[in-house]
Write a protein that binds this ligand. Structure first.
Ligand SMILES: [Zn+2]
Length: 197
């Protein structure tokens, strides 16, 4: 009898721990979800002196482009929002701009409805980027839109010569994926799965 009640207690304990939300799970559930026909109204957040119109233009452009997230029904509009904030920040202003979300290093916010692009790279793309400045900016905005719809993971390069997911981190030297500006199939599948679920 003692053994059985011990077993029941152990089972209850396991159930209790499984049910306890940890901080990151709580955060995840705070990220608004929607249907595949989801329009994010994002408020722009840029440092003083920054060309806000240039950021707004890239957002409009990637939204209108059929190679973007719109192909799975995710639309983005610049406007006023208390939820979605997309911006540009320097290493010095990143933490304040990302608040209340934690920063992922100094280069951006950890996934959530607030997403910041690292300004030095907006101004001049990092060395691994082989395309144009405009294409880098499109990639940066597409990456952050992915985070805003709730994609938290940074997927890896699928293998030499493969397309680098737009949600991937900057490739390391040995990565032989081809970086480009638009979500690849793996990105679209991940986002669709998220929005369907
Ligand atoms: Zn990211």
């Amino acid at each position: 009898m003692l053994r059985i009640s011990g077993l029941i207690a152990a089972i209850l304990l396991v159930i209790l721990f499984a049910a306890l939300p940890n901080t990151s799970q709580e955060r995840r559930s705070e990220v608004p979800r929607g249907d595949v026909d989801q329009t994010l109204v994002v408020e722009l957040d840029v440092p003083e002196g920054f060309d806000r119109a240039a950021l707004a233009e890239v957002v409009r452009e990637v939204d209108a482009d059929p190679r973007g997230w719109s192909q799975i029904g995710i639309r983005v509009e610049v406007g006023e929002s208390t939820t979605y904030r997309l911006g540009v920040a320097t290493a010095a202003t990143m933490a304040a701009s990302c608040a209340p979300w934690p920063t992922a290093g100094r280069f951006g916010c950890q996934a959530g409805p607030v997403a910041m692009i690292y300004q030095p790279w907006w101004d001049e793309p990092p060395p691994w980027w082989e395309g144009s400045v405009d294409d880098y900016r499109r990639r940066a905005v597409n990456h952050e839109i992915g985070h805003m719809v709730g994609l938290r993971r940074h997927p890896p390069c699928p293998g030499p010569g493969g397309p680098l997911p737009v949600m991937a981190l900057p490739p390391r030297d040995e990565t032989q994926c081809e970086a480009q500006s638009w979500p690849v199939q793996a990105d679209l599948d991940a986002a669709s799965g998220l929005l369907d679920g």
